[in-house]
Structure formats: structure tokens, C-alpha cells
Design a protein around this ligand. Sequence first.
Ligand code: NZQ
Ligand code: ZN
Length: 381
Amino acid sequence: MDNFIFQNPVKLIMGRGMISRLSEEIPADKRVMITFGGGSVKKNGVYDQVKEALKNHFTVEFWGIEPNPSIETLRKAIALGKEEKVDYLLAVGGGSVIDGTKLISAGLLYDGDAWDLVLAGRPVTHTVPLATVLTLPATGSEMNSGAVISRHETKEKYPFYSNYPLFSILDPEVTFTLPPHQVACGIADTFVHVMEQYMTTPGQSRVMDRWAEGILQTLMEIAPKIRENQHDYQLMSDFMLSATMALNGFIAMGVSQDWATHMIGHELTALHGLTHGHTLVIVFPGTLRVLRKAKGDKILQYGERVLGITSGSRDERIDEAIRRTEEFFRSLGLTTRLSEEGIGMETIDEIERRFNERGVRYGENEDVTGAVAKEILKSSL
Ligand code: NZQ
Ligand code: ZN
């Protein structure tokens, strides 16, 4: 196990009716800007619950943070927040609204263009306090300090790091209205978050491995049941908590991490607008196929402990684990091949070109270069 420092300051407030706690959690003298997406919260009652809880607070609303939040939209939110002199932010939505609001929280205290903060690549710690009401389990953004910001003009999408939310409210009932495609992408995103921190080399930490495997098993158990009944409170609670636990640092202590699949996936979103979780189920099986030598021992461990694969030669067991992983993704109702989405060599070449130009090397062994990314994508055609 490597040395590490762990601190996650987010207060989690989970359960039915918990949105009403906003009135106690946010100090009464704050000037609050509430940020929203495209309007789903008006249809499912979340907006009414938030407004009722904050009826005695000063609030200003910013609407229209889109999936894969763009700098173009966030600049407008920062301008409004500065004009209204807001000193507290409440993000109400999925990962996109929360991520976008993290950049707003930094941008409000920055005089230049907020895109500078994204490009600088350094965590920004001078921020306006931020809290969240989560409506889509997937990204873990409600309990981490990361965000991913897009720039439409140039079709770019990059990670950005700032402060953690002060608190996040998770009411599983708000997920009942999610479109099935978003549920599938949320389960996929959660699954691959675990894999990015687990599917490296074995023997680094028994406890991290078992936690990760526990989340993977939970997702495989609940996914088919959720497809049958998305209104089951207990199932959606486990989904919501799995998503939060998958990317809040709890399974990353003292172990190496990969993230190559995510970085390739971000390019597919930037270039083609594919939903984040969907990009991952296309790329991840390819990552396993191409890096099966380096990751072989861990694939075997995953195959045995999570999928119950105990017979066959080493190669057969690895093949079977990769096959079953892709099959699980397809069982969510997602396509897993680039060709099924009409994406071909032109995009693959462009991603290779971008990685080479940026000189990046991703993965736990820093061996996923432009050329390796190309191999991964070719194996997912
Ligand atoms: O905009 P509205 O109208 O609210 O509709 C949203 C949106 O269209 C809808 N939705 C959300 N909650 C709903 C709902 N519809 C009905 N009922 C509800 N309860 O769902 C659509 C997608 O929302 P979005 O926020 O885009 O999804 P998600 O939470 O998957 O976030 C994706 C973004 O997060 C980034 C991704 O790259 C992407 O930009 N990520 C952030 C991470 C982080 N901060 O740590 C890590 C992840 O790996 C990921 O990269
Ligand atoms: Zn993700």
C-alpha cells in the first residue's frame, strides 16, 4: 500500500424528504444562487421542494446548465452571480449541474476568464461555498472535488478540480423520473469508476479490493432489477449510494489508478456528444483487451471473485471475464461498439492525433499513449 492522506469533508444527507433540511443547512444570511439543468426538476417536484425549503432565504436562479456543462454557459452564470453578489451556491441536478457549479464557485472569485482555470490544470481552492441536491446517481461529483468542463467552440473536454461541496442531499425518490438511458449510463459510469481504481495490479490493498468488488457485485445484482422496477426505493437507494461510494476517495486509498478509459471517453463525448457513461462501456472492454497482459492478474481476480469464473486456462478465464463484462454493459441496454454509433477510423485517428499533440500518457503504468488509445478504440470498432 502506498502512503496517502485521506480527507473527505462532505456531509451526506440521505433519504426521503431530506431536501427540506436545506433550510437548516444553509445559513439564513447567505445570498444563494441556485443552479439547474434543463428543467427536469420542475416536472418531478424537486424544484418545489427546494423553493419551499429556502422560502426565507435570498435566492437567485440560474437555469440551463446542459449535459457536459460548457464554459460558454458557465460564463453567463458567473456574470449573474457577480452581479447579484452571491456568496453561496446550491447545485440542483446531475453531475453536469454540480460540475458546472464547481467552476462557477471558482469563477466568482476570479477576475479573468474561467476557462483559464480549467486549462491551468491546478486545483482551485479559493471558491464560494457550494452544496448540492443530487438528482442523478453516476458521477460521484456530490462527494468529490472534481468536475469535467467542455468547450463547444473547440470540441474540448477537460477535468477541473476545486473544493468539495459542503453537503449533499441524496433523496432516492428523485431518481424515479430518470429516463432509462440515464439510469443505464449512471450504472455504467459507477461501474467504470470502480474499475478505474481497481483494475490495475493485485496485492496493493486487500481492503480496497474487497470494497471495490463489493460495489461491482452490488451493481450487477441491482441492475436487472432496476430495469424491471425503477420505482423501488431500496434498489434506487443502493444505486445512489454505490455511485457516491465509487468516486469519493473511499476505494482509492493507497492504490494505483488508471483513468485511461475516461480520458478516451471524454474525447468521444467532445467529438460526438455521446453520453458520458455510454462512452465508457464502448472503451472499457477495449482497454481490457489491449492491456490484458499488464492487467491480466487483476482480470483473473475480478473474474473469480466478482463473476465466479474458476475454470479454464489463464487465457480462457481472461477472455471470459472480458466477454462477461461487455455482456453486462449490453444488458443495461447500451451499445458497446463504435460502429453501432456510426463512429469509425476518422475519429480514432483524431483522438490519436490529439493525445500525441498533448504528449499525454494515461493509465497506472503511464503507457496509454496516442498509439495505444488507437489500438483500444480499434478493438472496440
Ligand atoms: O438538465 P435536466 O433537465 O435536469 O435533465 C438531466 C439531463 O438531461 C437529466 N436528469 C437528471 N436528473 C433527472 C433527470 N431527468 C429526470 N429525472 C431526474 N431525476 O439527465 C440528463 C443528464 O444529466 P447529467 O447531469 O448530464 O448526467 P450525469 O450526472 O451523468 O453527469 C455527466 C457529466 O459529469 C461528468 C461527465 O463527464 C459529464 O460531463 N463527470 C463528472 C465526474 C466528477 N465530477 O467527478 C466524474 C465522471 O467520470 C464524469 O466524467
Ligand atoms: Zn465517469
